[in-house]
Design a protein around this ligand. Sequence first.
Ligand code: PLP
Length: 368
Amino acid sequence: MSIENIAPEYIRAIAPYQGGKPISEIAREYGLNEADIIKLASNENPLGMSPNAQVAIGAAIVDVARYPDGNGFELRTAVSRKYGVPQSQIVFGNGSNDILELSARAFLQVGDEAIYSQHAFAVYPLVTQAVGATGIVVPAKGYGHDLDGFLKAITPKTRLIFIANPNNPTGTLIDKTTLASFLKQVPKNVLVILDEAYDEYLSSHDKSEAVSWLSTYENLIISHTFSKAYGLAGLRVGFGLMHTDVADILNRIRQPFNVNLLAQAAAVASLADDGFVARSYAANQAGMLQLTQGLEQLGLQYIESYANFISFAVKNAENVNEQLLQHGIIVRPIANYDMPDYLRVSIGLFSENKRFLEALALVVKNND
Ligand SMILES: Cc1ncc(COP(=O)(O)O)c(C=O)c1O
């Protein structure tokens, strides 16, 4: 028996997550200077992080010989205040992916089913398969979630439903009324994970109201991240808001020190800097307009996005991606999301978006 066969069949069947390649790797592979490379591949914040967070990291660094606070007291206090949720209803994660994974480990076992949409965030199938449960993929409707289809897909085996709102990589948004009506119809013994990683990029009109639903729905888990608008992707910190009993379950299986000391300090400082989030939102709005106008000028179809990225259709997407890399532009091919004719580009700074559009214009012309 070969060594890999010791792992259960459902583990061996998992296709590894394909992340955006780091700038250093592309520089090596394509013989480019790192300084000339633009990475618009992982939906990171082009403004970086809040200056407050930088100061907080500097101040906290002298303490890294110590373990972090396993309960994240200061961060818990800050999140509780910001979202108006009792402290007992918050679980912290090593990124919000950790919350997704903890939920799967806590509530799914072999033979159970988890529902998610076609073209939905890649981590949902990953965490589902990792515990030997079965993923049920509901075909997308106009690239978005078909919640009626979700309701029809619920069986006695269903334990978890994953919903990304806005969704990555399509950027689609489910409106609040549709979502509220959906929740009402989901059986109480099925957990709904509402992944709001991009909520800070929504207008005040579209912004989620899900926190106000927590008191009604014991089966609701809302996940948030500091990786996107807060610009702390490299530190890995996110959190889930949920009923106290659900939080208690997740806390039992979470690693005691899953959020590191620098991440906690930076997250607390970031939450206190609303101005930075407002600037990030404004820059994203402007960049989104710049990119959509640019794509329209190139005659390329795109999916209207509510997040900090946009997916656009292009002939020979794989080829176009390769040629963009030769120009030092990293975007994300999304064939693994069942979208082989699309590329996803994150919204960058004005100058980065401009360089991307210029390179894309050349590449598309060459491909015609
Ligand atoms: C929809 C969605 N959820 C969650 C995440 C995970 O973010 P993190 O683990 O960095 O908090 C991402 C990251 O790309 C995402 O797109």
